[in-house]
Design a protein around this ligand. Structure first.
Ligand code: B3K
Ligand code: ZN
Length: 886
């Protein structure tokens, strides 16, 4: 908790450390009521800092009870050092020295889930970003890299498994029922990658032979009841290891790679060296209990954490302002992997939809920051969509500009040049430049300027000269602390379509010949034109193919043009995008009608476009499913000037119902055929099957709007007899949102009864109800908080119920009387004391107050002010609330 005025940390103040820690020897004695931590640090002065008088040594430390501290074997007494709330200062007397310290900590009462804590009966750690200072006195900063040896001792019966980073080198038992294991990590690492686990765990084992022929033992540790849910994660791990060798030439470096699943975890997972610790929701998956989306999430997160072994661990960050160096790059890497394992177009669609809905909203809000932020109060608040998702887009643009081969040359040089170092985003870009002889200096504005650029495009066709000119104008709205922006380098991939839908050859004025039919133009100026020659007809421009830059594109497409692109664009992403833009136009028209109190009338062209998708059985089922999905309410909110929650909901529901009525026959046909296949096929977690189930389920969700008995029966059949969670949960969700009250209640009860012992499935049960837009949503959520399976102490539960309500149930959360806001603020205030990181994340919907009408703005701000006045705030919550009100 904060007792002083919070300090703002600035990138411009960065200084290399005065001291280095060559070796770190840790001993943990774990007990039920306390843990003793002994640390021996072999230290020396940093030769890169100015010589002269020895500066004081300032070790980070928080919530530690110091038992003893010694310098070169001399125990220090009170006057020899100074202690403050987060620092221990002492004066070394030589260039090289050894510090020995012993502290007591209390993992058993650590509800913040940072540092060493207990999840159920097991001990585990989370040290990124600054959690290691809650374990022992240390230089807890990523540019201090050290070789770690760790001994863990605990009671043998309760904690038969004792794990840490690296390889086990010794172990033994004591007479008193305790035992110990020593682990040695041969690679230097920053403290944020330290990990320890102790518990009664079982493991699934496998092995992987690396490209140079080394055998690596692979182990996934879980609580005994979950041992049957690890195979998918293990398969994903092996695929990731192979993929990183092939795609990036990166080989694994230790003899053992371990994953541990824990139930109480603040985020998805953590890439600790050789000992990844995962939220159980990101490891456990089997057909009966996890949806297709959950299977894909497990595959992606296992890959992401594994890829960090190079992008993050072998080459790490100099300071936390460089977070996107490892996170943006690693998200980019895991997206490439998922694209290769599944459908690249579907993966791109999902990522772009997510970015445009959530990251664009962050960019437009009070916490907007650049991919490399300039300052922060609490670094935990900067594990954001901007650092991760936009950071990945920035890396993707580098690849688009340099080409795949050039990018690989750059990544090879980066890993080779900086192996074992703590570096910056500039170092990454420099490697890309050096390997390609490229100049990315202007491009680097993507790292320093916040906000979502707008790109307006206009065209001019000259029939006589047969030329076609595209003019691009870019601008970027002001963001906190950045009133004006310089032009970005915006890679625009485009194609020009002839009237028959084919791609025309693209020759720019001044070029000797056409260069392909899809190409990348780099827009670098505020206004810039490109003229294509040899254009026998006025072409149709397919712009920003594959979403080649994270910008808001502004081009006045007519609805007929969009339908043309939906049918003909050779770029799969842009076919989907045309459908989305068509839906957006149609929905915005309905929203306007609703606001003016007119009768709603849906443009029939949308229905006809969807009809032809449904009737064409040669199309990829996953694409059809994506194209049948209307833009979500959160996205419609993001693109509104002032979001009218009720009109958005009414318009979208009206459109869904009209589509369902008009297309009942083809939907029913596709549903039945796919359900039939599901009934006759064993569950497989692969792209082809994900696609089929996605189409089946979206069809069912439309069909249920018809309220026909035969559909209800089909839905109940799917709910009761499906052999997998994807089908069962969708059936439950559509029942929950339907008017069939008796069937809904019965299904909810049966589901809860069947899965009461599986917390991850119960999370889904909570989410389905929290997301239901039917009236009375807040009261339902409040009631569910009393359910025995709910607890505020488990982050997954908080996200599943409260998070789902505030982020996905927009009509209920934004109730005009402000009760939804009041409820959320109450939860934030309670969680602030328990788990500041979760409290601060939960706050996000309230920070978006500028998007809403005056009355709602006042209510939302009122709740933010109430939080601010509620007492002692954590730095996490303080930073978000105060910046939101500024
Ligand atoms: N690096 C971790 C995130 C740690 C968050 C700390 N508050 C997971 C990941 O991005 O892989
Ligand atoms: Zn990561």
């Amino acid at each position: 908790m904060r007792t002083e005025q919070p300090k703002v940390i600035h990138l411009k103040d960065y200084q290399a450390p005065e001291y280095l820690i060559d070796e770190t020897h840790l001993t943990f004695e774990l007990y039920e009521d306390r843990t003793l931590v002994h640390a021996q640090l072999v230290m020396r002065r940093n030769p890169e800092r100015p010589a002269g008088k020895l500066p004081p040594l300032e070790l980070h430390g928080q919530q530690l009870e110091l038992l003893s501290i010694a310098l070169n074997d001399r125990t220090l007494s009170l006057g020899d050092y100074q202690l403050s709330e987060d620092c221990l200062t002492l004066q070394p007397d030589s260039d090289s020295f050894v510090i020995d310290s012993s502290v007591v900590i209390h993992p058993e009462s650590n509800t913040a889930l940072e540092g060493l804590y207990k999840s159920g009966s097991m001990f585990c750690t989370q040290c990124e970003a600054e959690g290691f200072r809650k374990i022992t006195y240390y230089l807890d900063r990523p540019d201090v890299m050290s070789k770690f040896t760790t001994t863990v001792s605990a009671e043998q019966k309760a904690y038969p498994v004792l794990l840490s980073n690296g390889n086990p080198i010794a172990s033994g038992s004591e007479d008193n029922g305790r035992h110990w294991t020593t682990w040695e990590d041969p690679f230097k690492k920053p403290a944020y990658l330290f990990a320890l686990v102790a518990g009664d765990l079982w493991c699934v084992e496998d092995s992987f032979t690396t490209m140079s022929g080394r055998e690596v033992a692979l182990r996934i540790y879980v609580e005994p009841e979950n041992i049957d849910k690890c195979q998918h994660a293990m398969d994903s791990l092996k695929k990731s290891m192979k993929w990183d060798e092939e795609a990036y030439g990166r080989e694994y470096d230790l003899d053992i790679f371990m994953i541990v699943a824990v139930n109480d975890f603040n985020m998805g997972a953590m890439e600790n060296k050789g000992l990844n610790i995962f939220n159980s929701s990101a490891v456990l998956a089997r057909a009966e209990t996890a949806t297709d989306a959950a299977h894909q999430r497990v595959e992606a997160i296992v890959a992401h954490e594994y890829f960090h072994n190079w992008s993050g661990n072998r080459v790490t960050c100099r300071d936390w302002f460089q977070l996107s160096l490892k996170e943006g790059f690693t998200v980019f890497r895991d997206a490439q992997f998922s694209a290769d394992m599944n459908s690249p177009t579907v993966k791109r669609i999902e990522d772009v939809a997510y970015l445009r809905t959530h990251q664009f909203a962050e960019d437009a809000g009070p916490m907007a920051h650049s991919v490399r932020p300039e300052s922060f109060i609490e670094i935990s608040n900067f594990y954001t969509l901007t650092v991760y998702e936009k950071g990945a887009e920035v890396v993707r643009m580098i690849q688009t500009l340099l080409g795949k081969e050039g990018f690989r040359k750059g990544s090879d040089l980066y890993f080779e040049r900086h192996d074992g170092q703590a570096v910056t985003v500039d170092d990454f870009v420099k490697a890309m430049e050096d390997a390609n002889g490229a100049d990315l200096s202007q491009f680097k504005r993507w790292y320093s300027q916040a906000g979502t650029p707008r790109l307006s495009v206009s065209e001019q066709y000259d029939e006589a000269a047969q030329t076609y000119r595209l003019t691009f104008r870019q601008s970027c709205p002001p963001t906190p602390g950045q009133p004006t922006k310089e032009p970005f380098v915006i890679p625009v991939e485009l194609g020009l379509l002839a009237a028959d839908g084919s791609d025309l050859p693209l020759r720019l004025q001044g070029e000797a010949q056409a260069q392909g039919t899809s190409r990348v133009l780099a827009v670098t100026e505020a206004e810039q034109s490109f003229t294509f020659v040899d254009m026998p007809e006025r072409p149709q421009p397919s712009l920003l193919r594959g979403f080649s830059a994270p910008v808001k594109l502004d081009y006045p497409y007519s609805r007929d043009q969009l339908m043309f692109f939906m049918q003909h664009d050779s770029d799969g992403f842009n076919r989907w995008e045309a459908g989305q833009q068509l839906s957006v136009q149609v929905l915005q028209e309905l929203i306007g009608q609703h606001q003016r109190g007119e009768a709603l009338a849906l443009d029939e062209r949308l229905i006809e476009a969807m009809r032809s998708l449904l009737q064409n059985e040669t199309l990829d089922a996953a694409m059809v499913a994506e194209m049948l999905s209307l833009p979500g309410e959160a996205y419609l909110t993001e693109i509104s000037e002032v979001a009218d929650v009720d009109a958005i909901h009414a318009a979208r529901e009206f459109a869904r119902k009209r589509i369902a009525d008009a297309l009942f026959e083809p939907l029913w046909h596709r549903y039945q055929a796919n359900r039939e296949t599901s009934r006759n096929t064993a569950y497989v977690a692969s792209a082809e099957h994900f696609a089929r189930r996605a189409l089946q389920n979206i069809a069912l969700s439309y069909l249920m709007l018809s309220e026909k008995t035969e559909v209800l029966e089909a839905c109940l059949e799917q709910f009761e007899h499906a052999d997998n969670m994807t089908e069962r949960l969708t059936a439950l969700a559509v029942l929950v949102n339907s008017p069939f009250e008796a069937e809904r209640d019965k299904a909810l009860q049966a589901f809860a009864e069947h899965f009461k012992d599986n917390p991850l499935v119960m999370d889904q049960w909570f989410s389905v109800q929290a997301g239901s837009p039917l009236p009375g949503g807040l009261e339902r959520v409040q009631q569910l908080m009393q359910h025995p399976a709910f607890t505020l102490k488990n982050p997954n539960k908080v996200r599943a119920l409260i998070g789902a309500f505030a982020n996905q149930n927009l009509v209920n959360f934004h109730r005009a009387d402000g009760a939804g806001y009041r409820f959320l603020a109450d939860q934030v205030i309670t969680l602030n004391a328990l788990n500041p990181q979760i409290a601060s994340r939960l706050l996000a919907p309230l920070t978006r107050w500028r998007k809403y009408d005056g009355a709602r703005q006042a209510l939302m701000k009122g709740e933010l002010e109430r939080i601010l006045a509620s007492g002692e705030l954590s730095s996490d919550v303080y930073e978000v609330v105060s910046k939101s009100l500024a």
